[in-house]
Design a protein around this ligand. Structure first.
Ligand code: AHR
Length: 505
């Protein structure tokens, strides 16, 4: 048994929680779109071909914003191919994933899906094979009310009202060697600046995300962010951060160190953005969009990434998540919340099938992967303001992550409902944790509204079509309350949620 302490003070607020941190990515890759959110003829499909079971799970997941259509796919995509009469849309080769793209699903279908799922659409423009003019035309097609050829083309396609897309990504991973149209930082920075200028001229209120590095291991990491922002600092609102957790040594303790690595990456990118601001004597703060994050290492390479013969909607990137992946996802969500002053958008990559929180079978069922659960619980209960957690916990030692506190935690307080939500990961794989939570400046606890734990004896346990509930939240019973102090027993390797109400003043 180890003893840990979490102090939350009503006056220590990081920032209001931006609901957009509970976003996701839907890319034209594998079976994310075709056979994922869209499967005409499926018994659960509506008249538009949207799978109702996937829509219901998306709502349950609590996703707030969805980035589309990629990912790598967008860097070779002509948005014009995906609008207009379906039977006139061209079939294309998708070079990013070596697949055949039917274009039966495009921007208007995506916006319709977003409205049905009750999520905000976030679109990416192609800065790989296209440029500023195509991006500006895409914005005009989507956002201009009418009276111009492009806006009237949208209306002619049955979309009378503008889509009013607020958030736009200026390309995707433009530093990456695998990216179609990879650019140097100078080339991309200038292109992002020119593209932003034209897009804003059409639709002034939009928020723009410039590409940060594709990952922290690329040689140019840091220098890329610096130089890109030197070119487009004034034009953009966000810089992207991409982070995929890997487990190269099949070592659970090391794997959970990825949580600290994400924390470090966010601090580093924010520091670089602020250095660019400082050189300009600018008070502006470029915010971060962690618009791709997840666990991804089991179905990443070889046949998981490419299949011969240009197949349609092949089974690509179909990572089956296990229990330890859910622990890592839970820890990552705490990191994102704890940076609420800087991270205003984050997208779990991805939503369905391809590294997806939801898995489906063609013509068959849909189920929750293990990582679905921490995301859904955090999205449901984290509300209002994020509190700064002060943590006192023994340190676990790993090779690549030499000092990992055994407790990873985050908390929010919602002045509207008076509820406090606490998310706590016991990263110690062997020892139970007696966690003392001190709530300073809060009224005494009136009731425990929710107390759940995610725990399984087998780190490699997974959910499947036949056993969809193998890894699922269970009641957390060992909670004692004394005024504004709680004592909770956290099982080894467990992710836990507590939601409290307080005695009214
Ligand atoms: O999410 C899968 C891929 O990972 C995306 O297409 C790309 O942006 C990243 O490299």
């Amino acid at each position: 048994m180890i003893r840990t302490r979490l102090l939350l003070d009503r006056d220590y607020v990081v920032a209001p929680l931006d609901r957009r941190v509970f976003g996701a990515l839907v890319e034209h890759v594998g079976r994310c779109v075709y056979g994922g959110i869209f499967e005409p003829g499926h018994p659960q499909a509506d008249e538009r071909g949207l799978r109702r079971d996937v829509l219901a799970l998306t709502r349950e997941l609590g996703v707030s914003i969805v980035r589309y259509p990629g990912g790598n796919f967008v860097s070779g995509y002509d948005w014009e191919d995906g609008v207009g009469p379906v039977d006139q849309r061209p079939v294309r080769l998708d070079l990013a994933w070596q697949s055949t793209e039917s274009n039966r699903f495009g921007t208007n279908e995506f916006v319709a899906w977003c409205r049905a799922a009750n999520v905000e659409p976030m679109l990416a423009v192609n800065l790989g094979t296209r440029g500023a003019q195509a991006a500006r035309e895409f914005v005009e097609y989507c956002n201009h009310p009418g009276g111009s050829a492009l806006a009237d083309r949208r209306r002619g396609h049955g979309m009378e009202a503008p889509h009013d897309i607020r958030a736009w990504c200026l390309g995707n991973e433009m530093d990456a060697p695998w990216q179609i149209g990879q650019k140097t930082a100078a080339e991309y920075g200038r292109l992002a600046r020119e593209t932003a200028h034209l897009m804003r001229a059409v639709s002034p209120g939009i928020a723009l995300v410039a590409c940060g590095s594709s990952n922290r291991d690329l040689r140019g990491y840091g220098r890329w962010e610096n130089e890109v922002l030197e070119h487009c600092f004034e034009q953009v609102d966000f810089l992207s951060v991409h982070a995929y957790f890997e487990n190269p040594h099949a070592d659970t303790q090391e794997f959970l160190g990825n949580i600290d690595r994400l924390d470090l990456q966010i601090r580093e990118v924010a520091a670089i953005a602020d250095a660019v601001a400082a050189r300009r004597r600018s008070p502006k703060r470029v915010m971060l969009a962690v618009d791709e994050w997840n666990i991804w290492y089991k179905a990443r390479f070889g046949e998981h990434a490419r299949q011969p013969g240009w197949p349609r909607a092949p089974r690509l990137l179909e990572e089956t998540y296990n229990f330890e992946d859910a622990l890592a996802a839970g820890g990552a969500l705490s990191v994102l919340m704890n940076h609420a002053d800087r991270v205003k958008v984050a997208c779990l990559a991805q939503l369905v099938n391809a590294i997806g929180a939801i898995r489906t079978e063609p013509g068959g069922g849909a189920w929750r992967q293990t990582i679905f659960h921490p995301f859904a619980l955090a999205a449901r209960h984290a509300r209002g303001e994020v509190l700064r957690p002060v943590i006192d916990a023994p340190v676990l030692r790993g090779q690549t992550h030499p000092e990992m506190p055994a407790l990873v935690a985050s908390a929010s307080h919602d002045p509207a409902t008076g509820r406090t939500a606490i998310f706590a990961l016991n990263r110690d794989l062997r020892s139970e944790q007696e966690l003392k939570i001190e709530l300073r400046g809060f009224a005494p606890v009136a009731a425990i509204v929710e107390s759940l734990q995610l725990h399984h004896a087998d780190m490699k346990a997974t959910n499947s079509a036949d056993a969809p509930g193998t890894v699922a939240p269970l009641p957390l019973e060992a909670v004692a309350v004394l005024g504004a102090t709680l004592r909770v027993r956290l099982r080894p390797a467990s992710w836990n949620v507590l939601v409290l109400s307080h005695v009214p003043p």
